[in-house]
Write a protein that binds this ligand. Structure first.
Ligand SMILES: [Zn+2]
Length: 443
């Protein structure tokens, strides 16, 4: 990747070494959530900003859990840009790793460690952007905010959601944000495609409970009285359920732009799209409401027929969908009066709100990417998982999900997976691109 022209005065090799050094030290801090304990990570990043005279604030959300918030003021002629990331990581399963998850190693041009892509790598790219903005003496037209939060991996109750509810004033004047939720990839052929998430699916976990008649395991009662049998039938009906392809405004734009570039390999007809969606789990996630059975409980003893059995469904709804309508559809599909369905408590009861992609920020991202990688394509998209962006978008901030690097399939498999790593080339190009986006937006 070419270095952005206006930043030619920067000594990029030394910036790359600094990014790697910071990332390696950051990956050593175990912020597995649960329990989180992100305060040392917040302090580690904060100290690096303070060392350059950037003012920081730590906000405790629970014991040993802190938000790091830093703000470099601009001249006020434009509204602020927030670089947002999360401090926590999902717990690794070390026995499936070929390295130790919290003892980062550099090997074959990659850095391995839990959090390398989700999302300590991008947190470091963002941090370097602040350090460079300060060192280069950029005259900022808007405030540049850095916000690293706990608890993203557990619904944000002690993280971004907490910040938005308890300290909304810290978001005052913030117009745009960039966080995780999308990235570049080579999924569509040789040309890199950057998918910028402007919305996300609605996490709607459900519990389905089948009731039956408890009894002695030695008496062959009718199977339909056995709740485990009823639950199995319900699950079978749900997992064989073909749901329709739904094109949202975001995926309409996604389709149109890929088609215009000749990258929609499935063709342009609706029938071809439906066929492609059926064949690809990734496209199914993008174009349909999804469900997965993730937990089953039932029975207490080998010789007792239980009175009930419970399954957990991880359901994700597309933008524009209704939770109540979805529950009705699930009930109709199960078609069994002895099976109940309910949503988990504590989930968002409002649908995620979209960010506009007709903004200066979106266009700036497009221009910065085009200058760095001339044959790249930038498309709006939706995140099929949940991110903290939804809390910011709910407050009217145009929050985009984009790690500005072309990640390989293996790197993306590291999100919540084993042998999580980031390629040094991607850490470096992402660091340059993040700074370039910030410089273009804020000066
Ligand atoms: Zn993440």
């Amino acid at each position: 990747m070419q270095a952005p022209r206006a930043a030619d005065s920067l000594d990029w090799p030394s910036v790359h070494r600094e990014a790697l050094d910071i990332l390696t030290r950051y990956l050593r801090i175990d912020t597995s959530n649960p329990p989180g304990r992100e305060a040392p990570a917040a302090r580690f990043l904060g100290a690096l900003l303070e060392a350059e005279g950037i003012e920081t604030r730590y906000i405790e959300t629970a014991p040993q859990r802190e938000i790091l918030y830093a703000r470099i003021p601009g001249d006020g002629s434009q509204r602020g840009l927030m670089l947002a990331n999360h401090l926590d990581v999902v717990p690794p399963e070390p026995r499936y790793w070929s390295t130790k998850p919290f003892e980062p190693v550099e090997q074959g041009g990659r850095v391995y460690g839990r959090g390398a892509v989700d999302m300590k790598g991008f947190a470091v790219m963002q941090l370097i952007a602040l350090l460079l903005a300060r060192r280069q003496g950029l005259r900022l037209t808007r405030d540049l905010v850095y916000c690293a939060v706990p608890d993203e991996e557990a619904l944000g109750r002690f993280g971004m959601r907490w910040l938005c509810e308890q300290h909304p004033e810290l978001l005052d004047g913030v117009e745009y944000a960039i966080n995780e939720g999308g990235s570049g990839s080579l999924d569509f052929g040789e040309r890199p495609v950057f998918q910028v998430a402007v919305n996300e699916k609605w996490v709607c976990w459900m519990r389905i409970t089948a009731r039956g008649i408890p009894g002695h395991g030695g008496i062959p009662n009718p199977p339909e009285q056995n709740p485990i049998v009823r639950l199995s039938r319900a699950i079978e009906r749900l997992v064989t359920w073909k749901r329709p392809v739904v094109v949202t405004p975001e995926t309409r734009a996604w389709l149109d732009r890929l088609t215009a570039q000749g990258l929609a390999y499935w063709g342009t007809t609706e029938a071809r799209l439906e066929h492609a969606v059926e064949a690809s789990p990734g496209l199914r996630a993008l174009f349909t409401n999804t469900l997965n059975v993730t937990m089953v409980q039932g029975g207490v003893k080998a010789n007792v027929v239980p009175g009930r059995a419970i399954a957990t469904l991880d359901c994700r709804l597309l933008p524009g969908q209704s939770r109540d309508a979805w529950r009705d559809e699930v009930l109709a599909r199960i078609d069994d009066p002895d099976v109940r369905v309910e949503f988990f408590d504590g989930l968002d009861t409002e649908a995620p709100r979209p960010a506009s992609f007709d903004t200066d920020f979106f266009r700036t991202i497009e221009t910065a990417i085009a200058d760095a990688i001339p044959d790249a394509v930038v498309v709006p998209s939706i995140t099929v998982g949940g991110t903290d962006n939804r809390f910011l978008r709910a407050r009217g901030i145009h929050a985009y999900g984009l790690i500005p690097a072309v990640l390989t399939g293996a790197e993306r498999a590291g999100f919540h997976g084993n042998d999580e790593h980031i390629t040094l080339d991607h850490l470096n190009s992402g660091t340059e691109l993040t700074y370039d986006i910030v410089r273009r937006m804020c000066t």
